[in-house]
Each structure stands twice: as C-alpha cells, then as structure tokens.
Design a protein around this ligand. Structure first.
Ligand SMILES: Cc1cc2nc3c(=O)[nH]c(=O)nc-3n(C[C@H](O)[C@H](O)[C@H](O)COP(=O)(O)O)c2cc1C
Length: 417
C-alpha cells in the first residue's frame, strides 16, 4: 500500500508474524527503469572500456536500492514486490534491476523477494489516467499477459509473477446498473474469466490477488470512493476458485479481523489466502495472532507482547539511523509504529509523542531513537497494554471489543491516493 507498506512497516509486521506474506508499496517500473538507464549511461561514460557484465555488476545502484527496492533486513521473509507499469520494455528493465540488486553481495542492501506482482487494481486517476495502467489494464488482458512475461524474463526467470486486480472495471457497464441483479454479475464474471484465462494462458501467472470490487474509472470517482462504494462481490472470487482449480486466488477487500479471515477460508475451500490492507495499517496488533491461529505455527519466536516488539523495532531503528541520515529517515521509521497501539487508552498521547520524536533530528537533537521510542511508550501506555499477549488480544476481538479503527484511520489519513 503506497505510503504505508514501506520496508520499515514490513519489518515491524515481520516482528509480529513470521508467516504472513507481505506486499511492498507499488513501485513505478518507469522510475526504476529510467534510474537504471541513467546510472548505466553514467558508468559507461566513466568506463568506456568496460564490458557489459562488468557494467552490470558495477553501475551505481545505491539510489535504486534505497529509494525503490531495498528491503529493511535480510529477514524480511516471504514478501512480494509490486510493480506498476504498462510498457513491457520498462517492466523488463525494472525486473532486471531487481535481479541485479539481489545478485550483488551487498551487506548494506537486501533484496530477496519471493515474487514480483503486477498492479492491475489501482483506480487512482494519477495511475489509471496515464494510458493503460493500474486497473485500466484489466480492459487489455493481452497486454497484461505480455507485461507479466516481460517481468518474468527481466527477472531472469527466477521470480514467480503474480497479478493484483479487481473483479472488473466499469468500462463496459456502468456501476449504477448494478442493482444486485444476476445479469450484471454474470456479465462481469464472464469478463473476469476472460481476463484470468488470457493472462494465465501466457504460462507465467498462476496466482491472482483480487479486490472483490469493480474499479470505477470515471474521473469523478475518487480512489477512496473506489474502495468503498462499489459493492464487494466475494461470490465471484468463490466461483473462480471452483472454476479454475489449477490457479491460485487470494481474496481482498473489506476484511478487518482474524475471525473474518478464518470465515473466508472456511467458506471457500481452495482459496489460497486472504489479503488485508487498511485494517492491517490501522491496527497491526489485531493480526498478531496470525501465525498461531491461521498458520497453526508453534514457532516460539512469535511476539510475546507489544513491549517485546517495540524493543526489537527500536534496535532496528537505531541500525537504520546509523546507515542512513536520521533527518530524512526518522519520520518513516516513526510512521511505521504509529498504529501499533491504536485504540488503546492514551494511544493519541503516544502518537503525539511520536510526532515530536520524528522532528527531533531536524532540530539538531540526536538522542538514539530507540531510547525515545521506549521512553514514550512507558510514559503513555499502561502495562496492561504493553504486555497483553496476542491470544489475549484475539479473545477481546472475538468478544467484539473492537472500536471501528479502520474508519478512524481513514478519517485521520492525510494522504489521498
Ligand atoms: C492508502 C492506500 C494505498 C494503497 N496502495 C496500493 C498499492 O500500492 N498497490 C495495490 O495493489 N493496492 C493498493 N491499495 C489497495 C489495497 O491494497 C486494497 O486492495 C484495498 O484497500 C482493499 O482492501 P482492504 O479493504 O483490506 O483495505 C491501497 C489502498 C490504500 C487505502
């Protein structure tokens, strides 16, 4: 999720779940490809005698790593890099950059993704308006097939390629005609099948993560509307699971808790997984029981409580600030933990304290961020909050003791995509 699932947030989430499959923010393939061309040209000018292999191993990849592709640590675990683009050549080059970064024996940068994913779901006019890009790609499945092929080849055939999409767009039929009637759904499903079959026929893509709403591409519809107004149609994804047993489907949209994830997995045998977006950002701790409850893992490394997680994250934050400039990186490190105590007594005071901590390096105050993070937590949060276990929290959830934190999170958000 853009502006949220950056490497710091993914690191935090990895501290509370070892098993969950993580997705990066969407990275623009065009930007990566252009940076790569720029730095390669520069290298060639400096070393006209260098052969292709030497250039590929030595062109300056630092900016591409820090700005777009690097993971926070070598332990990021299962995580998928999402790319956005609509030009096969640029996607090919972006995937080459991923492969090149992963091959370089850097101790500073980590780049070990499980798979590459193509964004065919973003309805933002910033994205969809630029020709065929994001959700607009769903109207051109042949192009999507070719883009996935380009990603696979650019990644030297080493990365599985998956697709994130919607159940359709409003290009052929207006969303206003959807009065829960079967004809509308049937026509939508036929188009969706055509998309899935065409893309899968390329032989590269076997996994689709599907947001169970259509994308309304009309300009007057905001991205926020597009995540709220078109109705969720989980039943279409259930049909896909039954009709295409050789493919894998992950259901997305409107899932807000572990019991809801369990419910979907129970209802749809064969469903590969459930993707959670906003609820995970709003209240990550709500999913801290995921390893035990969804993956049935006995791993003793699963989090004990939030104090434990914060201590580990604080160490990571210090290490990051030693590697990168705290005046630029601090606010991202802090942003990643803002939701960790969402909904708890005094969580707003804690967030205000975090805001202050984020600004300190710019004022020339360089106290280690770890000290500040831990001090703010002990000052504002109760022991009951800090030391509550994932399973105790899960029990509170099942007793319905959740505030509507997702709504609150959306209302608070400054960033409108
Ligand atoms: C702030 C924000 C940023 C998002 N960025 C991306 C993105 O980069 N790539 C993507 O595929 N989806 C993105 N999405 C969509 C989510 O991945 C997800 O499909 C959508 O929010 C529905 O799932 P949810 O109800 O669990 O949030 C974004 C959503 C939000 C709210």
């Amino acid at each position: 999720m853009m502006d949220y699932t950056d490497r710091h947030f993914r690191h935090l989430i990895r501290l509370l779940s070892k098993q969950t499959l993580l997705y990066t923010e969407m990275v623009s393939a065009n930007a990566v490809a252009h940076e790569r061309q720029f730095h390669q040209t520069h290298y060639r000018q400096q070393h006209p005698e260098a052969c292709l292999d030497t250039m590929l191993q030595n062109y300056n990849i630092d900016y591409i790593a820090t700005r777009f592709l690097a993971q926070g640590t070598a332990q990021e675990g299962p995580s998928i890099l999402q790319l956005g683009g609509s030009d096969p050549d640029l996607l090919y080059q972006a995937a080459q950059a991923v492969s090149e970064l992963s091959q370089r024996s850097y101790s500073d940068y980590h780049c070990n993704y499980t798979a590459l994913n193509l964004n065919c779901g973003c309805p933002s006019p910033k994205v969809a308006g630029k020709g065929c890009f994001g959700a607009a790609l769903m109207d051109d499945p042949v192009l999507v097939r070719d883009l996935c092929h380009a990603l696979y080849e650019g990644g030297q055939q080493q990365y599985p390629v998956t697709v994130k999409c919607r159940i359709g767009t409003d290009t052929k039929r207006s969303w206003k005609d959807d009065n829960n009637n079967n004809n509308y759904d049937e026509a939508l499903y036929q188009d969706l099948c055509h998309f899935i079959e065409t893309v899968a026929a390329g032989g590269i893509v076997q996994e689709f993560t599907i947001h169970a709403r259509i994308a309304v591409l009309t300009k007057s519809f905001s991205p926020a509307d597009n995540r709220k107004i078109p109705p969720l149609k989980y039943h279409l994804i259930q049909r896909l699971v039954q009709d295409y047993p050789h493919l894998r489907f992950i259901l997305n949209g409107g899932i807000e808790s572990i019991p809801q994830v369990q419910d979907q997995l129970h209802r749809v045998p064969g469903l590969r997984g459930v993707m959670v977006g906003r609820a995970f950002c709003a209240d990550p701790w709500r999913f801290s029981g995921a390893d035990a409850l969804l993956y049935h893992s006995n791993d003793t490394e699963v989090p004990l409580h939030r104090w434990h997680i914060l201590q580990q994250y604080a160490q990571y934050a210090d290490a990051q600030e030693q590697q990168y400039d705290p005046t630029t990186i601090r606010r991202f490190l802090i942003k990643a933990v803002t939701g960790l105590f969402a909904g708890e007594p005094n969580s707003k005071k804690y967030r205000i304290a975090l805001d202050e901590i984020a600004g300190l390096p710019k004022k020339g105050i360089h106290t280690p961020v770890s000290e500040l993070l831990l001090e703010a937590a002990t000052k504002h949060l109760s022991e009951e909050t800090l030391f509550r276990s994932p399973l105790e929290s899960y029990e509170l959830q099942t007793q319905g003791q959740n505030k509507d934190l997702v709504q609150e999170w959306q209302a608070d958000r400054q960033v409108i995509l």
